[in-house]
Design a protein around this ligand. Sequence first.
Ligand code: HH2
Length: 294
Amino acid sequence: MNTTATLKPNTVPGPVALKARGRLIPLNAGPLIMGVLNVTPDSFSDGGRYLDPGAAVDHAAEMAAQGADLIDIGAESTRPGADPVDQEEERRRLIPVVRAVCRAVSVPVSVDTTKAAVARQALDAGAALVNDISALRYDSGMKPLIAETGAGLVLMHMQGTPKTMQQAPSYRDVIEEVRQFFVERIGTALEAGIAAEQILLDPGIGFGKNLEHNLRLLARLDAFVALGYPVLVGVSRKAFIGQVLDRPVDERLMGTAAAAAVAILRGARVIRVHDVAPLRDVVKMIEAIVSAKS
Ligand code: HH2
């Protein structure tokens, strides 16, 4: 592996900016931090904390002040075993919060949804990106919506569905299969008229993967970076960290920091995290070291 290239995020192949509804989000000025805001009763680490729209907006503003470059708002938990949320309920939880957060902060807002009707309302309320964990597979309305609105789009890999994905994840070769999935999904998106500059790829840590799969995906993230699209990674507080360190969800910050640091050094451009302030320090420290090398 060429360590010089992997140590210098600004030499990672790929576009210099992400296009998201007329906004250009720079990708060449160091890794971006996406702060997580879950307006759910049951998310695995912050469920129930931000169901009240006022508390949600305050937390978004706090994350923006701490240096979040993006805020990802979700109203349906995707933790293993989670039941799907119906469209009306998702809309009811999500849209007022998206509207209020977009008024309160200037950073671009992303919505974590697989439903085109929910995504449309969120984009109308001011969101700039759609984080579709199904990678355009669940709702046929998502492709034309993203093409027509020019929204940024996260294409995430997942084996199975959140309800069943952790029952028996299995791969011949996890790196090659996730890579092939990206190639196929990128093709589908481009064919639908979505521009390459709108797309982010995400290997979906914890989505139909066992411990070894998750560790391999992080260790070989460069295989996906080489596709030429910006890569987003969500490791924050996840079970694989608990498995390695034998720590409960509220004691996984250091594990999260280590995993995020590896992802950044392997070329990740966006890190999706709950703890923005400490991860901002991690990014700053990495950038200081990397720029001293050049
Ligand atoms: N992880 C979660 C949710 N959405 N989206 C992307 N693109 N990548 C991820 O890794 C990812 C994601 C799970 O984390 P969280 O939102 O904290 O939990 P929950 O799904 O229980 O709400």
